[in-house]
Design a protein around this ligand. Structure first.
Ligand code: ZN
Length: 68
């Protein structure tokens, strides 16, 4: 019975993850489902940002409506 020495920490709050089998997202263990979801959202947002091009700066929303 080897004791696992790799301790897991919640990526959101940094707390110990006592039972590594409950909440895992993208290879990271979270302390609770809420934090697991939060981490998953953060990772997804990060991936989207990495993939999506920079928002165009020359885009101007119409100020005067369609017939201005
Ligand atoms: Zn947490």
């Amino acid at each position: 019975m080897a004791i696992q020495t790799t301790e897991k920490y919640c990526p959101i709050c940094g707390g110990d993850v006592g039972e590594p089998s409950c909440f895992k997202r993208f290879g990271e263990w979270a302390c609770s489902e809420a934090h697991a979801e939060e981490y998953a959202k953060a990772v997804r947002a990060e991936k989207l940002r990495a993939v999506a091009p920079e928002p165009r700066r020359d885009y101007r929303p119409a100020r005067r409506g369609c017939c201005g």
